[in-house]
Design a protein around this ligand. Structure first.
Ligand code: FAD
Length: 368
């Protein structure tokens, strides 16, 4: 898309991740994963960009492209209009279109509806029904919360991760910005946490503070800042798995249809690959929207399966006891210092899918 330099300029300054013990002492260090050089070992990629910045880049570029097409007086390209602050409340499928009702009462017919509304997609629920949507949501048994707090002295380019007994870990990321991002992960108390998502943010914060009380390391500081943070967000970590990503003239894209969970680090890849293939197939199949959706559904199956591959036992990152944490820290040290994961990977044969899948070319898209 010709966006690499724009994205590079917006990348955050994270230089890697330190695993620390309860006293803040270094247990292990992971540097930056170079793009296109094997799998992701640590947390930090060569192109580490905040989601909001990436969304803005794509948004601005789409408007620029639309304006360019208008200026050049070229045919096609369609209308491009962003509308914020309203949602779809009803979808009614017809043979050659979808009647859509919006939250402001407006009704309009569209040739195709693309639901790209994230893991908890309401479009998925409306188009496929409550049962299919619920079935698609595969919990991985972990709950997570995110929020920002003022930066502390000494916090900078390195993310810091602390494994705590009680099936929890805490992560901070600053990247030389005024605010530090806090991530809390927990693999217990599922019922209590699930129930509180229906309650107010204040109640959620209380339950999470209780769950992480006395965890160790900087837990007092991180929890102490909870009440004043204004960007709190907590949810159940899941993968979205569906047999088909379209029904009639409604199709799902990205996390709404195949969210792989934050644990894979592949959600953006899957979303962008999906968007590219959907656009390509629509361009290729002209007015035959059905054929385009069928092809999209088939072509992205393999990359989605690859993106959804998870570490075989996510539970190993959530030891319940002190001795468990000690063993995990030793293992993490061995991986970072002796690179034993890479040695093992070199010996393992690549899966057929990994070798077979190549991003398709769509000359019909007339990309520069
Ligand atoms: C903590 C964390 C770390 C992650 N790290 C990585 C990583 O390192 N690499 C990576 O590739 N991926 C990562 N991901 C995953 C990545 O963020 C997602 O896979 C990606 O954002 C999916 O894009 P999306 O556009 O499909 O959905 P989303 O980014 O969820 O966007 C959905 C949009 O739809 C809007 N919306 C929701 N409901 C409605 C509605 N009813 N009407 C209108 N709009 C609606 C939402 O406001 C949102 O703007 C991470 C995710 C998390 C939570």
């Amino acid at each position: 898309m010709g966006l690499l330099n724009t994205i590079k300029a917006l990348c955050v300054a994270e230089k890697g991740a330190d695993i620390v013990d309860t006293n803040g002492n270094l247990v292990a260090h992971f540097g930056i994963n170079k793009a296109a050089e094997g799998g992701q070992r640590g947390l930090t990629s060569e192109y580490e960009i905040m989601r909001g910045d990436l969304v803005n880049v794509l948004y601005e570029r789409s408007l620029e492209q639309r304006a360019k097409i208008d200026e050049e007086g070229k045919e096609g390209g369609g209308e491009l209009k962003y509308e914020f602050g309203k949602t779809v409340t009803e979808l009614a499928q017809g043979d050659d279109g979808v009647d859509v009702t919006f939250s402001d009462g407006q009704k309009k017919r569209f040739d195709l509806v693309v639901g790209a509304d994230g893991q908890g997609s309401r479009t998925r629920r409306m188009a496929f029904g409550q049962e299919v949507s619920k079935e698609a949501f595969k919990s991985i048994g972990v709950h997570t919360a995110y929020y920002s707090i003022p930066r502390a002295k000494g916090e900078g380019e390195m993310a810091q991760l602390f494994f705590a007994p009680g099936s929890r870990f805490l992560l901070t990321r600053n990247s030389d910005r005024p605010m530090t991002q806090v991530y809390l992960f927990i693999m217990k108390d599922a019922e209590r946490l699930k129930a509180v998502y229906k309650e107010s943010i204040e109640e959620q914060k209380e339950v999470w503070a209780e769950a992480f009380k006395g965890a160790g390391w900087q837990s007092d500081r991180l929890l102490g800042a909870l009440s004043s943070c204004d960007d709190w967000y907590a949810h159940e970590v899941a993968q979205i798995k569906m047999k088909s990503w379209y029904t009639g003239r409604v199709v799902l894209l990205g996390d709404a249809g195949y969210g792989p969970s934050p644990f894979t680090g592949m959600g953006t890849t899957a979303s962008l690959v999906g968007a590219y293939v959907l656009a390509g197939e629509l361009a290729r199949n002209g007015r035959d929207v059905g054929a385009a959706l069928k092809a999209y559904n088939e072509i992205i199956r393999l990359p989605v399966d690859e993106c959804q591959k998870m570490p075989s036992s996510i539970g190993m990152f959530f030891p319940s006891s002190r001795i468990g944490v000690w063993i995990l820290n030793k293992a993490v040290w061995a991986i970072s210092s002796l690179r034993i994961d890479e040695r093992i990977n070199r010996w393992l044969p690549k899966s057929k899918e990994e070798v077979a899948w190549k991003i398709p070319e769509y000359p019909e898209l007339n990309l520069d």
